[in-house]
Design a binder for this molecule. Structure first.
Ligand SMILES: *[C@@H]1O[C@H](CO)[C@@H](O)[C@H](O)[C@H]1NC(C)=O
Ligand SMILES: *[C@@H]1O[C@H](CO)[C@@H](O)[C@H](O)[C@H]1NC(C)=O
Length: 409
């Protein structure tokens, strides 16, 4: 019944009908732009043109932009984690071998990145021109907020227009895992986005919030199209000045030569039809203090050095799983931007978006189902979340919704 796990990473072919925005760039800004492009795009061993318009640069692993960070200048790269959390491996219970396809990305049809390099999605001039400023490119808006379920200041969440439908746990955690199906939600306006991800949070929800995030997103402003892309984010100061998406600033250190952060995912789940999901595990290496990320069943992509963070140097105090959209309510009504599949949790498997096998890494570095999991959403009539538990899926949630509808005007 469940055709899940036949996932692979293959950029969807889109005609990038982005006729270059005609900016009148002053000479000074032009020089600035070139300087910034050079900061993002490191000299490559080889470049591969993906059929979807992306260019993937194979950058020598020791030349990646992570090492531009002052605190990482003399960093000795770790090629493998010292420790891998143990626990239930639902995936291997679930996978029927006939359905397994290798994870690939579309650019693979035109080549691969050699060992010793990492694939980096090239930043183009037009990517930067879409951002409000060069400085803002690759960063979340400083108005970004994380759903803070126990906050008394819920008005603030509503104000910035970010809406969430999540499950969360509070305590002391050393990692999180889940398997999420992948969709292509419609976005009403290019300055809105829709994402589905795991959050690992530390610190207070004020200006010192530490966050590690990974999942999939549709973000026309960031990528210039409506493709569903695999992405990561981190910040150590509540989205103010540190952190960024993917490899767009120094921070995440990649070691894997197959998966490019920010590249499109395919196939995508279809309503009342095939479901495709991806597994993500993020965990802390107790010896080195680095936060590692694994994609699928064993592709260790790399790590965030513990030194990037303050609170997360120790542990995460909250984990969240679910969706977030921006509701800019531009026409005075709620946005029609969808979250997840664009359908409510009640519709269930094959129709609604889910996280299954939701797990945390506990103090003994074991993966287990979280206790006392709770849910939060600002406006359940727009986007909702429901949780459940069974033998096959462990703890799971269904989440998402259509945005504007008769009950969400
Ligand atoms: C993205 O989707 C919107 C409608 O949801 C459409 O207007 C726009 O042209 C699409 N953009 C691209 C680059 O395909
Ligand atoms: C957010 O705003 C909506 C509409 O103004 C309101 O109905 C809802 O209760 C608010 N949610 C929270 C959590 O404050």
């Amino acid at each position: 019944m469940m055709e899940v796990n036949r996932f692979s990473l293959l950029p969807v072919v889109v005609l990038c009908a982005l006729t270059a925005a005609r900016f009148s760039y002053a000479a000074g800004n032009k020089a600035d732009l070139v300087k910034h492009l050079n900061r993002f795009n490191k000299p490559s061993v080889k470049s591969i043109k993906s059929p979807d318009g992306d260019v993937i640069d194979c950058v020598h692993i020791s030349h990646q932009s992570a090492f531009d960070h002052p605190s990482l200048k003399n960093h000795e790269i770790q090629m493998r984690p010292n420790y891998h959390p143990e626990g239930m491996n639902y995936e291997s219970m679930k996978i029927s071998s006939e359905n397994q396809r290798p994870i690939t990305q579309l650019w693979h049809v035109n080549g691969n990145c050699p060992k010793g390099t990492i694939p980096v999605r090239r930043t183009r001039k037009k990517d930067i021109l879409r951002a409000s400023s060069v400085k803002k490119y690759g960063q979340k808006s400083s108005l970004s907020t994380v759903a803070h379920p126990s906050s008394i200041d819920l008005d603030l969440i509503n104000q910035s227009g970010h809406q969430h439908a999540i499950a969360y746990v509070e305590g002391e955690f050393f990692g999180a895992k889940a398997t999420m199906n992948v969709w292509d939600p419609q976005i009403q306006q290019t300055n809105e986005f829709s994402l589905s991800q795991i959050w690992l949070l530390g610190g207070s929800f004020a200006s010192d919030l530490n966050s590690i995030e990974a999942g999939w997103q549709v973000s026309p402003d960031l990528y210039g199209d409506n493709n569903t892309r695999f992405f990561t984010y981190w910040t150590s100061d509540a989205y103010q000045s540190t952190g960024c998406y993917n490899l767009l600033c120094s921070g995440f250190i990649q070691i894997n030569n197959e998966i490019a952060l920010g590249a499109s995912i395919s196939p995508i789940s279809k309503y009342h039809s095939s479901q495709y999901d991806i597994s993500l595990l993020i965990w802390k290496d107790p010896e080195q203090g680095n936060w590692w990320m694994q994609f699928g069943n064993g592709k260790v992509l790399g790590y965030w050095p513990g030194s990037l963070f303050s609170y997360l140097t120790d542990s995460a105090s909250m984990i969240q799983w679910g969706g977030e959209v921006v509701n800019s309510a531009s026409d005075g009504q709620h946005t029609t931007t969808q979250m997840g599949s664009g359908h409510f949790p009640e519709e269930g498997f094959g129709k609604s978006s889910y996280f299954r096998n939701v797990q945390i890494v506990d103090g003994s570095n074991s993966l287990r189902a979280p206790k006392d999991i709770a849910t939060f959403t600002e406006q359940p009539n727009c986007y909702d979340v429901q949780m459940g538990r069974n033998d096959g899926w462990g703890s799971y949630i269904y989440y998402g919704g259509p945005g504007r509808n008769t009950n969400c005007p």
